[in-house]
Design a protein around this ligand. Structure first.
Ligand code: NAD
Length: 231
């Protein structure tokens, strides 16, 4: 068994699709019937805070009702064989509830809230909603702890540092459309095998092996192969 090999997983909305959480770009560019710029940008927040808060309240309720699927669980099981780091664009907590230990959320976490003017004030919510009037100690309205389009991605460097150290890189359920997250693949060291699991065609650099399957099938399949190859 090769416990020292570092496995880095880049995951996106597709891994949670089979848990009932819709992906971003189901073809129409909308997220749950909303224009992305209305609900996932600082401008949208300035225009209509109520709409943005209600939108994420709904997403939070869906996430809390959703359950991790075979793909999340298979990634957690790989920890008995590899050092596994997950860099996810997902805002849900299904990797955590699926049992994985090392998870970096590039785009934030739906179960948390932050001050709109004080990004260092972050709390784990003990309720499903963020009401208007819920304020941080410095007096700013609390907002979802989500990185919106046009905002800096504070954990990007940490994520790149993980990818640079990868022995094997696995990409799952991301259309590789959202930057800078999509650029992380370029940090993989030379010679590092890269496997992408996605049932659809996605823009992949040369040399990446595409396992054209849904996550719940592809991840357990790959996990079995990796364990066999490295034990
Ligand atoms: P995306 O929606 O742009 O792409 C999803 C990808 O998943 C597509 O390539 C699609 O072919 C693939 N896919 C669909 N079903 C799949 C399955 N069963 N198994 C494997 N792959 C499948 O997602 P993205 O690249 O992650 O970018 C979306 C952005 O939206 C992220 O920034 C994320 O923060 C946010 N988002 C998050 C969630 C979530 O947390 N669950 C859901 C929707 C959107």
């Amino acid at each position: 068994m090769d416990k020292q090999k570092k496995l880095v997983i880049l995951s996106g909305a597709g891994i949670s699709a089979e848990s009932g959480l819709k992906t971003f770009r189901g073809g129409d560019g909308l997220w749950e019937d909303h224009r992305i710029e209305d609900v996932a940008s600082p401008e949208g927040w300035q225009r209509d805070r109520e709409l943005v808060l209600r939108f994420y309240d709904e997403r939070r309720k869906q996430v809390l009702q959703a359950q991790p699927n075979e793909a999340h669980r298979a990634l957690a099981e790989l920890e008995s064989h590899f050092h596994v780091d997950i860099v996810t664009q997902n805002i849900d907590d299904l990797h955590e509830r699926g049992g994985s230990s090392n998870i970096l959320h590039l785009h934030g976490e739906i179960v948390k809230a932050r001050g709109s003017l004080d990004e260092s004030y972050v709390i784990l919510l003990d309720q499903e909603t963020i009401p208007l009037g819920m304020k941080c100690p410095k007096g700013s309205q609390m907002r979802p702890y989500i990185v919106w389009f046009g905002e800096a991605v504070p954990l990007l460097e940490n994520a790149a540092r993980l990818v640079i150290q990868a022995d094997i890189l696995v990409i799952v359920g991301t259309s590789l459309n959202v930057y800078p997250a999509a650029g992380l693949i370029d940090f993989a060291p030379e010679g590092c095998p890269i496997i992408a699991i996605d049932p659809n065609d996605i823009p992949l650099p040369q040399g990446v092996t595409h396992l054209k399957k849904k996550a719940s099938e592809g991840i357990p399949l790959l996990a079995r192969q990796l364990i066999e190859d490295h034990s």
